[in-house]
Design a protein around this ligand. Structure first.
Ligand code: X8Z
Ligand code: ZN
Length: 512
């Protein structure tokens, strides 16, 4: 109704945000809307209460099987957990199909062709331009990803044998230290350089220093405080969930909330005492500080410049968890010298670079599903085609006809768009560089920590405060001086590792 009404630009922006604000808009029909709501909560709770149960009746939660995926080096056992967890998704499929239909009806009632168009239309550019922008960014990272992939596959081949890890094929998805093969940092021990390298083991350091869940969150808060951000309110500490409660199901997938759009900030997590989770805590607090920074914007502008920005803030801070910083806070005693940088860069790349194609493929799948380009009987097949194409990863065993592997990843049953994480992995390096420049750090980017820099904090806050009141390109310019997303900072950050990888790979056959 309001599409053609003449209004000023600011009102138009707010109207567009209102129209595009929902993730899965309900159809106008009340029964159908109620059904959509019911499906959403059923899918979400199937995931949250999901378990892998052995034949003897004992069951493991996702937190428990994930810990096994991270640490076990027994390929048979890894396969058992990998297949076992995917059983939770089988009954999701009919509900998911129904949800796609209802969501599209809702999207159409708002004037979109389908949910795919709605999702692609949230980036201050035409919906059909956005995928091209993603292709451009991916092509900047792809050569580096392929070098990393090549080395990792070779090392996995040495460890597990080339029958298990054929050197001319995608890597079997159960061997990469993560349930979805989305981050590979947990298999650093398998793929690390042969030359001995000192790389801080944050998990071990947290343990040695007796950190519990609360201490980990307090430590993360103090990083933000050092940048000049106000401390979290008392209610944050009273109302957050840091540990999995006994005797009831909770959604353990980490999230951050502002319950009253003012000061009622909280996180909800089942914190594991690992370096990986220490990063996730910073990630979640990034959401909370962003939410607080834009709280005085008009209602429709209380959000991040684009959804990738929300996901990038805490990760940007976590890029400053360098050896120098770990020493400052007493988690390690000695800063490894520059001869260890390849090891440290490898550790970061295994998490951050390995993630990028995964961050891209999830919504490449969903866009095709939502637009009807792929029929339900081909959902799983398309999932694995995209996994192979982008990640160079394959299912370790043939998948059953009733498998619904996308459903085994939180964001699919929970309907959280995923391209935001792809963007965040590009953005966080741009933000890190901009903040390091502002903090006056002239060393290499991987050794820069903005800890204690109020100048950096002020510059960051200036962007956060804008919320979504202006196109994201303006927010980007406010912090970085340029309106573009650009992966060349990633190349600069990892340049020495790229050279090292290419040397390692020179007699290897790469690609899949
Ligand atoms: O879901 C998350 C956050 C909550 S917004 C913990 N992440 C993605 C994932 O776990 O798959 C962070 C990185 C990617
Ligand atoms: Zn997040």
């Amino acid at each position: 109704m309001f599409n053609d009404v003449e209004v000023d630009a600011d009102t138009r922006r707010q109207l567009e945000l209102l129209k595009g604000g929902l993730t899965i808009p309900p159809p106008a029909n009340r029964e159908k809307a109620a059904r959509l709501a019911q499906i959403g909560s059923e899918l979400s709770s199937m995931y949250g209460s999901g378990q892998y149960c052995r034949e003897d009746g004992t069951c493991l939660s996702l937190v428990e099987v994930s810990a096994q995926m991270a640490t076990s080096r027994d390929a048979d056992l890894l396969l058992v957990y990998w297949e076992g967890w995917r059983e939770v998704a089988v009954p999701m499929k009919p509900l998911y199909v129904e949800q796609v239909g209802l969501g599209n009806e809702g999207a159409q009632s708002l004037g979109f062709s389908n949910v795919s168009e709605l999702w692609r239309g949230k980036y201050d550019m035409p919906a059909d331009e956005f995928p091209k922008e993603l292709d451009r960014l991916w092509s900047q990272v792809e050569p580096f990803y392929e070098s990393l992939h090549c080395h990792v596959r070779a090392k996995l081949g040495e460890h597990y044998g080339e029958d298990t890890v054929p050197q001319d094929q995608p890597i079997p998805a159960h061997l990469l230290g993560n349930m979805w093969a989305q981050t590979w940092g947990n298999i650093y021990d398998v793929v690390k350089p042969e030359q001995e390298m000192q790389v801080p083991d944050v998990t071990a350091a947290l343990k040695a220093q007796g950190y519990d869940e609360l201490a980990m969150v307090k430590q993360a808060e103090s990083f933000f405080s050092s940048l000049g951000f106000e401390q979290l309110p008392e209610t944050f500490w009273e109302r957050s969930m840091f540990q999995k409660p006994e005797g009831r199901d909770v959604q353990c997938h980490a999230s951050a909330w502002n319950l009253d759009d003012q000061e009622d900030l909280r996180i909800k997590m089942c914190i594991q005492k690992t370096g990986e989770e220490f990063n996730v805590i910073h990630h979640e607090l990034g959401h909370n500080y962003y939410q607080r920074a834009y709280k005085d914007q008009p209602l429709l502008y209380r959000g991040s410049a684009n959804d990738g920005f929300h996901e990038a803030i805490g990760d940007t801070i976590a890029l400053s968890i360098t050896p120098k910083y770990l020493k400052q806070i007493g988690l390690i005693d000695e800063i490894p010298d520059a001869s260890n940088d390849i090891g440290m860069l490898m550790q970061v790349a295994l998490d951050k670079i390995a993630f990028i194609p995964f961050g891209l493929m999830v919504d490449q799948w969903r866009w095709k599903v939502m637009s009807g380009e792929v029929a339900p009987e081909d959902y799983n097949k398309l999932w694995w085609e995209l996994r192979e194409k982008y990640q160079g990863v394959q299912a370790p065993v043939d998948r059953d006809d009733d498998a619904f592997d996308p459903g085994a990843k939180y964001h699919v049953p929970a309907n959280v768009p995923y391209t935001r994480y792809f963007l965040a992995h590009i953005l966080q390096f741009q933000f890190h560089k901009a903040l390091c420049d502002i903090a006056g750090d002239e060393g290499p980017l991987n050794r820069c920590s903005i800890y204690g820099s109020e100048e950096a904090g002020t510059a960051l806050n200036k962007m956060l405060e804008m919320g979504m009141s202006e196109p994201w390109q303006n927010a980007m310019t406010t912090l970085t001086g340029s309106p573009d997303m650009d992966a060349s900072t990633i190349a600069a950050y990892f340049a020495p590792l790229k050279t090292w990888l290419d040397e390692q790979n020179k007699d290897r056959m790469c690609g899949w």
